[in-house]
Design a protein around this ligand. Sequence first.
Ligand SMILES: [Zn+2]
Length: 882
Amino acid sequence: MEDTPCVVLHTSRMNISAVSVLGLPGPGQIYGHNDTSEQMVLSFDTILPRPHATLSMDLDYSLRPGLEGLYRSQFTAADGTNNTLGTTQFETSGARLAFPCFDEPALKATFDISLTTTTGLTALSNMPVTATQDLSSGDTTTHFATSPPMSTYLVALIMGNLTSVSTMVPHPEPGQPDRNVSIYGTPDRAGNLETALDITVKVLPAFESLFGIPYTLPKLDLIGIPDFAAGAMENWGLITYRETALLIDPQHASLPDLRSVAYIIAHEMTHQWFGDLVTCDYWGELWLNEGFATYFENYGATAARPEYRFFDTFYATQASLGQIVDAKNVSTHPLATITGVDSTGRVESFFDSISYNKGGSILRMMRAFLNNRRIGDESYGLRRSLLQSDEDDVFIRSLQQYLRANEFSTGTSHKLWETVAQVAGLPIARWMDQWTYHGGFPLVSATLQGSQVTVSQVPFTSQGPGTCDPTNTTGTPPWWIPLPFTTNSEDQLNWSIQLDTCVGGHAALINVDPGTQWVKLNAGQYGFYRVNYTQPMWSSLAAAATVSDGGAGTVLGSEDLAGLLDDAYQLSRAGQLSITVYLDLIRSLAQRPEPLMSAWLVGASPLVQIYQSLSMAEGEASCAAEWATFVQQNISNPVVANVTAGTTKGVSITGTISGTDADSESLRLLRPTLLSLAGYFNMTAVSQEAVQLLQDNANDVLGIDPDVRQLVYTQAVANGGAASYNIMQGLYLSASDPSEKERNLAALAYARDPDLRQQTLEMVLDDSVRSQDALSLLAGVAVRSNAAAHAAWSFLTENWAALFQKLGGDNEASRMMGKATQSIASHFAAQSQIDAVNALYTAHEQYLSERSYFDNSIDSIQANIQWLQLNAEQVCLWLAES
Ligand SMILES: [Zn+2]
């Protein structure tokens, strides 16, 4: 440490007066402020005391509009009075909007916080209250206990008119005090706090036992905030949520809503260890926060609600998405980046599917590999063993050690893998080097000859295959890949094979029984890679896809089918496989009567995407109409009939859509997905019944089965003209429950009539729509059809400045605008639209924090153009022949 008369602090947009250092004569001065780095230099006439100096500052600060920093959120109470809540959102660089600080995750400090508010309001922070003091002014000062060392982005302050429920959770160590767990909301949410409390008190002990370290703080509060940009924020001891992500009415909530609340509670609670106790060392290592939360949210949610089968949808909802983003040159980046993370915009773009979904998938792959090597051959029972945290779980033991070694400090990828390597006794740090410090992921190719499968790898990209090169001169070095496989004759995962060369040598040769009909690699979909097979192997897999439980031999399960469909479709998009492979597979799947949850969650959306892509072919002959007829006759109608055969009589919303209480969670989750597919492809029984149901229940919509209420709303608005639209708009304006309001608003985006659609677009800027919901409404309109996407694009470009203003006019606003641009542009396939994206960027550059959203927009338009060139003709030919 050197002698200095200066201090450099992060700060942004505040008036600072009266700067002084305790013990120094005379005030300090603000010597300069850099708007780009958001830093100021304070200078003093003399050298500052060592080793500690106490700095004092007076700040003039109002609650901000917008959704970051210390901002205001507004709500109307049941008695009609308007209330304002003061709340914070600091990750990543919002703390400097509230107070000057060293605003970097590695610079941890203890915090002593006091808040003076109007008497009667609730004041909350990370730590429990130690004292309150009524002032003669009529205000009250609340003092909070000193925090442990923590990063600035995790500090939270909330004040307002609030209500709560609480319970005590015993400490896992004897003699230690119980911890107070509370759920807070605005007073009108008083009836919707209990579900979250029940989930939280189950997740907390599950994580304490899994991670081997008790929760650090004496209390834990979770709170629903009426205006909130993201889904939630893991502030240590005071977790903030969008209202719909936390406060739920279990009587009237759908299964996806209930699952999502459990997920997101468990996600933020994982962060209390991975993120808050051990923080990523710098933002380039963000995956150490978000990858862990993405994986372990499944564990925590399962502890609270085992019947919801969270791990079963990991591949379909998490890994699959991560692979799509990681395959694009424009959006891929290494999990851990050493450089290029110093500007706000660059930091924010790390909150993507790579840090979350790829990060979580890599952890899952490693845990499955380590457990199976040791446990041996648990085959499909592995999924159950992954839930347990017994001492045999090498991966969990190494994580416990990593947490203990780095608590109250920071972690890095290097520290993590070194610890896992040491505990497992394997060269894991070397194996994970390519996965951690290089973008992208591999494509494994398999060839069956006689009773041997040979394997090789190249990098997979959406532009086509890359080159594998062990010398790292003309291509990418090989990844280390665990290759579990299954065949028709072995009902178990075989984990014996690993591929760490470009072309598998003797060690990576898979031996199967002579006469084996099919081989499936990446069995169970634990690995973060794609697999391509020879045409005969694909054909046998498509034939096997029709075989149900109860058939002879091993049956392809839902996860494996999801992987096959996803690989086949994405390979065809990248020009590396004929699209007919995907088409044959999905047609096979429609024969199966089981509710194959993962397979349909992954497999259904390409059917819609293909229709939309075919419709994008401007000025050319298109077979979009023929495609729609084909899907209806061969896929959507049969699958609805097959999957729901045991539960209903015929196709009817009241019968098929609502089902019965005895239906499995898989079927409950799948039913709306399949029926909205059927509705999209014009199954009139679905659309007509939806219109009727909405009309009949307009005065008591909560009487409609919550699992399908969203489906009924969207199908009714899509097919019911002005009458249904007006009912929905009325419901939206009068709804008080945020979840119900969200459903109503999402449905309004389904209007097909251009005038009604325009009404929805105009609501985006209307006061009746909160800023947090405005852009998802706009993106929701764009997804409906080509005409709708063009209408949404015009609305975005014509109202850019007003929208930006509505969102608060800050960095968070420009990020939200970037994401909306990207989402709408993904529905176009013409060079003229690329020009339009560039023109939009040029016109509004001053509002934007980064270019990447626009690069991604252009990339997806190019990908659509490429898809049409590669696949449109093939699809049309295949339709003509089938
Ligand atoms: Zn997170």
